[in-house]
Design a protein around this ligand. Structure first.
Ligand code: PMP
Length: 368
């Protein structure tokens, strides 16, 4: 979609990346660290200063004591973190339950490990998980359940009850939970992100993956981290050692200092909620039906009053005829839900971009 957007000189609300600059202080810190000699290989699990800053952030957010030696591994973005974790945790013939619509790296990572993805389709408008149905998919080969909250692309979040239901299903079994929490700070309307790490059982059953790309508006930096109990970290690091070895040193050093100030992430919900609300208000009079996103920097809109085309065709029309790129929801499914007329919009954009995008979306006419 991004390539198509470039070709048609379209406004790109498709791929999830901000179009505004990152913090000047953070840029200065990177430069400072480079000048200060932080330019050679970092230790394999990540710079100790960064792991310490991550630990104090987790303590501040979740009152969670974390062992910086064994429980934090810095990775080259969450995609690598997820890939590495999957390679470490599952092998040939194992089954991994995922919920779709899903981030596109999950299935290839599972297949490359020789394992089998077991997708469970969630449907709008709620995209809620039917835990009884999940129970029916669990068997002796099930080794991993992949969770994503806040959820890309639906913008929904898991609540404590979901975690309780999930635990009921895995208790006493050798099933792990990999929780993709890259949007942990992007939760709106004073709701709270409920993390795997807040579950009393997480050290027996799981690990969570995070991304500085989302938190620092720097998706191109590709830096993130995995929080895992030491017995899982040990396995993950065996893969990480020969896949990446170590991540960008000056950026790690800069982030270590930058995130010591909790305002860096405490301001994110209101920052993004303002953008979400602006977009929603601007297109309230359009023919699109808006799904109010509870988290992430995406929102879904339903075009059922405009067209009955397949979402892939509708999204293509939007780029080619109207000059706006979005993502059709069906691409996030193995077996797309029939007659779902949803596209995803990314609102991590300058207000001027959102204004221009809204003007276009307001002009989209009914083909029915
Ligand atoms: N998980 C989800 C749900 C995502 O949306 C993304 C980014 N689009 C990632 C993981 C990957 O994060 P990173 O850029 O740090 O690899």
């Amino acid at each position: 979609m991004t390539a198509l957007a470039t070709k048609h000189n379209a406004i790109n609300l498709a791929q999830g990346f901000p179009d505004y600059p990152i913090s000047g202080r953070l840029m200065d810190l990177v430069y400072e660290k480079m000048k200060g000699g932080f330019n050679q290989y970092a230790p394999m699990p990540g710079l100790l200063t960064l792991r310490e800053s991550i630990a104090s952030k987790l303590d501040h957010l979740y009152q969670l004591p974390i062992n910086v030696q064994d429980e934090i591994t810095v990775v080259a973005g969450a995609t690598q973190g997820i890939f590495t974790s999957i390679q470490a945790l599952v092998g040939r013939g194992d089954e991994v339950i995922i919920f779709e619509p899903a981030y596109d790296s999950y299935i290839p990572s599972i297949k490359l490990a020789g394992a089998i993805a077991v997708p469970i389709a969630l449907e709008g408008p709620n995209f809620s998980i039917d835990w009884d149905f999940v129970a029916s998919k669990i068997n002796d080969r099930t080794k991993l359940i992949l969770i994503n909250t806040p959820h890309n692309p639906s913008g929904t979040i898991l609540i404590q009850e979901d975690w309780n239901r999930l635990y009921d299903l895995i208790k006493g079994k050798s099933i792990m939970v990999l929780s993709d929490e890259v949007y942990e700070h992007l939760v709106f309307e004073n709701q709270r992100h409920v993390s795997l790490l807040q579950q009393s059982w997480w050290r027996d059953h799981g690990l969570a993956v995070y991304s500085f790309g989302k938190t620092l508006h720097a998706t191109g930096w590709k830096l993130g981290y995995i929080i895992a109990p030491s017995f899982i970290s040990k396995e993950i690091r065996k893969v990480h050692q020969f896949e990446v070895f170590s991540c960008n040193t000056p950026i790690q050093a800069a982030i270590a200092e930058y995130i010591l100030d909790s305002k860096v992430y405490s301001g994110l919900p209101s920052f993004f909620q303002e953008k979400r609300d602006y977009l929603n208000e601007q297109i309230a009079g359009s023919l699109f039906h808006i799904y109010k996103s509870a988290g992430t920097y995406f929102t879904l809109v339903d075009y059922r009053d405009i067209s009955n085309k397949k979402d892939t065709e509708f999204a293509k029309d939007l780029v080619e005829k109207y000059g706006i790129a979005t993502i059709p929801l069906s691409v996030f499914y193995t077996n797309p839900v029939e007659n779902q007329t949803l596209i995803r919009l990314c609102f991590a954009k300058e207000i001027t971009t959102l204004k221009a995008a809204s003007e276009i979306l307001n002009q989209v006419k009914s083909e029915l």
